[in-house]
Design a protein around this ligand. Structure first.
Ligand SMILES: [Fe+2]
Length: 249
């Protein structure tokens, strides 16, 4: 392909997300790890919440997979999506194995009832999941712009320094081992946006959903950091806890 209609847009979105990813609430956790203040309890809450986050991609991708049938995309795009589902499923299992190996939980089922592992309908994690799940009926290239050139770029921006800051070899490996897949998610996102986003209408849609997704992801990170440091999440940010928590497993 000689012409890449979405090239400029992909670059723009990656730059915005990288910048947003440098200044996230995760910096507090990176600092704590660097200064040896991330104790075993804090680390267990971090891994458990990230496990909850990863496992919810099953719900998001499940919806998106159905949407793929409605859109006419080349087989390569569908293959890359299948690959991404497998990668994130690996990450989910990686967090689970860590919790079991560290002895933070006795059996898998315990993670589903752990305060950091439960999925409640009124938290920042659920808002993020609902937003992405809502994109099930959107064109695949638009939602890929939001996730792969949004959240995935932001995730890399905190995950690399966190891995570097951690001293526990097992915890360090949990994050470094995800680098290859996460980088490939960003590359596939770039490729899909560059090749598939062809109209100004679609470009604007990409910008809009990317911005909304980045905001939702920041709220999730804020909630995650509060959980790790055992702080109440501010009600003003819409993350009121304990009102009508309903556990969905
Ligand atoms: Fe992942």
């Amino acid at each position: 392909m000689t012409e890449l209609p979405g090239k400029e847009l992909a670059r723009e979105l990656i730059e915005q997300s990288r910048e947003a990813g440098m200044q996230t609430p995760m910096n507090a956790i990176i600092d704590a790890a660097r200064e040896g203040r991330l104790d075993d309890g804090a680390a267990s809450r971090l891994i458990c919440r990230l496990w909850a986050f990863e496992r919810l991609y099953y719900y998001i991708y499940g919806g998106w997979g159905q949407g793929m049938e409605l859109n006419d995309y080349p087989p390569g795009v569908k293959y890359l999506f299948a690959r991404q589902i497998m990668d994130d499923s690996t990450h989910e299992m990686l967090y689970m194995d860590t919790m079991l190996h560290k002895g933070w939980i006795e059996k898998q089922a315990d993670a589903f009832t752990h305060p950091c592992g439960i999925f409640a309908i009124n938290c920042a994690l659920s808002s993020y999941v609902y937003s992405l799940r809502y994109l099930a009926s959107y064109p695949h290239d638009v939602r890929v712009a939001a996730l792969n050139l949004g959240t995935k770029v932001m995730e890399m921006a905190w995950m690399e320094p966190l891995a570097e800051a951690l001293t526990d070899p097992e915890l360090k490996a949990v994050f470094t081992s995800q680098f290859v897949e996460n980088r490939s998610h960003i590359s596939m996102g770039r490729r899909i946006v560059e090749e598939q986003v062809k109209t100004s209408f679609e470009s604007e849609l990409c910008r809009r959903v990317s911005l909304a997704t980045r905001k939702d992801y920041l709220k999730f990170l804020n909630e995650l950091v509060n959980m790790v440091f055992q702080r109440e999440t501010d009600a003003q940010s819409g993350q009121v806890r304990g009102l009508f928590q309903r556990v969905i497993e």
